[in-house]
Design a binder for this molecule. Structure first.
Ligand code: PHE
Length: 462
């Protein structure tokens, strides 16, 4: 039986106060380190334009339809993802084992949180560094050394990782509305404005066009099967899909809100933030003669350089990193929420559940942070990758796409279609049909093809 005719079944966790709050929360989850830190560095590592194009296609053809499907599951069931999927499966008369898909996602969230917090910790460190004026007039060597010093100090990293994890637990424990709701309202626009300003600065470096060419000149010879998989994985990571975060948030979405419209706004803002970050970072990088394949340090090296050369750079640099942390914070809470919501429904107190999952994730994060120093690739490698790289690869490029594939098959083929168009708030028949085709055929086939292609490449490489 569809629940769409129930007036508005509230969730035991409460609802977002207004439609706008849902969008802010979803955008808060989506916009984070993935846009500002990760997107530029993986674009740099995978050769630029062609990678960006594949990423954009993945967002549009795979990410958007799956985001709609995830929100739909959440809002229809109004419970934690694990229970929501089980409930819809029962309603539709299909196997309850589908619930395992949400388990997979919930666990992926905890794993991602473990290293996400380590990187957010770096940003915390940079707030102090910036504020101390350490980068005023800095050159490329100073900025690079400063980053290397951080990577070589496990204790420093552990301290900041601990602080960030505590911040995450604090908000998740307070519950979603009392948590970051208010802060998101003003900080996202501010981050946007600062990014715009940085792009403006990048235009003055004399290397803006080089940055544009790097990001938008499509040369397919530069990408491999792995690059395509990374682009797909990133489209999930950046939109917070495939691990039930948006599904969990969907459970608190007001009934009258249009899921289609909310998705388009969220995905649009997320993509804009990523492209802006790239347009700010690459010209600065080229202006200082640095190479784009720096890896995870890219943002932490280029931005201090940019701010170091600007009037009031210490001030704006500090502000920028504060905003990056806020963006990461509104994302990290959504990584923990699927588990916490489930635990609360099991009768565990919210605070207890948040502390528990934070502790587990914090502990796992230690291995990632050690992989930048004591446990580096030459000491401990998993398939040629460091622990951090392997964690990221496994979660982002394998677990998330598999999670997304399952969501697509579940909603496209498993869940009864009755009233679905009305539930989505789509008034346009053609749009609805386009979504149905995307969720049933395009998204699953694209994910499968990319995963199989990657496995095939692996197979022949061995
Ligand atoms: N989307 C977030 C970012 O871009 C990270 C994230 C991934 C959050 C998965 C929730 C779920 O930083």
């Amino acid at each position: 039986m569809s629940r769409s005719n129930v007036p508005d079944a509230p969730s035991i966790h409460g609802l977002w106060a207004t439609r706008w709050v849902f969008i802010l929360a979803a955008a808060g989850s989506a916009i984070g380190l993935g846009n500002i830190w990760k997107f530029p560095y993986i674009t740099g590592m995978h050769g630029g334009g062609a990678f960006v194009l594949v990423y954009l296609l993945c967002v549009l053809l795979v990410g958007v339809p799956i985001m709609i499907a995830e929100i739909l599951i959440g809002r229809r069931a109004r419970v934690a993802p694990i229970n929501a999927v089980t409930m819809l499966a029962r309603e539709s008369g299909i196997s309850k084992r589908w619930g395992l898909m949400a388990w997979l996602g919930t666990i992926a969230g905890i794993l991602i949180l473990s290293y996400y917090s380590v990187i957010a910790g770096w940003a915390l460190h940079y707030v102090l560094q910036m504020a101390s004026g350490a980068f005023v007039g800095a050159d490329a060597a100073t900025a690079t050394n400063s980053f290397n010093t951080l990577k070589a100090s496990p204790l420093l990293m552990l301290g900041w990782h601990t602080v960030f994890m505590a911040m995450t637990i604090f908000v998740v424990a307070r519950g979603v509305q009392a948590g970051l709701g208010r802060a998101v309202t003003w900080m996202m626009p501010m981050l946007g404005i600062l990014l715009f300003a940085l792009v403006g600065y990048a235009m003055t470096t004399g290397h803006f066009m080089q940055g544009m060419h790097f990001m938008f000149d499509v040369d397919f010879s530069k990408i491999t099967g792995e690059s395509v998989l990374v682009a797909l994985g990133h489209s999930f990571f950046t939109l917070s899909l495939g691990m039930c975060a948006i599904m969990a948030y969907g459970a608190y979405m007001p009934k009258q809100q249009s899921i289609g419209a909310a998705t388009l706004i969220t995905a649009g803002m997320d993509t804009a933030f990523a492209l802006l970050a790239g347009l700010a970072i690459f010209p600065i990088l080229f202006a200082h003669g640095l190479s784009p394949d720096q890896g995870p340090g890219l943002m932490f090296i280029t931005l201090p350089l940019a701010f170091g050369g600007l009037p009031l750079g210490a001030l704006f640099g500090t502000l920028f990193f504060v905003l990056v942390i806020l963006a990461a914070w509104t994302s990290s809470i959504s990584l923990a929420e699927p588990f916490v919501a489930w635990a609360v429904e099991k009768g565990v107190g919210r605070v207890k559940a948040a502390v528990l999952i934070g502790a587990v994730s914090w502990f796992l994060g230690i291995f990632s942070l050690l992989s930048f120093n004591y446990l580096s690739v030459d000491v401990f490698a998993i398939g040629g990758k460091s622990i951090f790289e392997a964690m990221d690869f496994l979660t982002t490029n394998l677990l998330l796409p598999v999670g997304g594939l399952l969501v697509a098959v579940f909603v496209g083929w498993g869940v009864k279609e009755t009233k679905m168009m009305k539930e989505l708030g789509m008034n346009n028949q053609a749009l609805y049909i386009a979504w149905r085709i995307a969720i049933r055929v395009i998204a699953p086939l694209a994910i499968l093809a990319i995963l199989l292609n990657f496995l095939g490449v692996l197979g022949t490489a061995r």
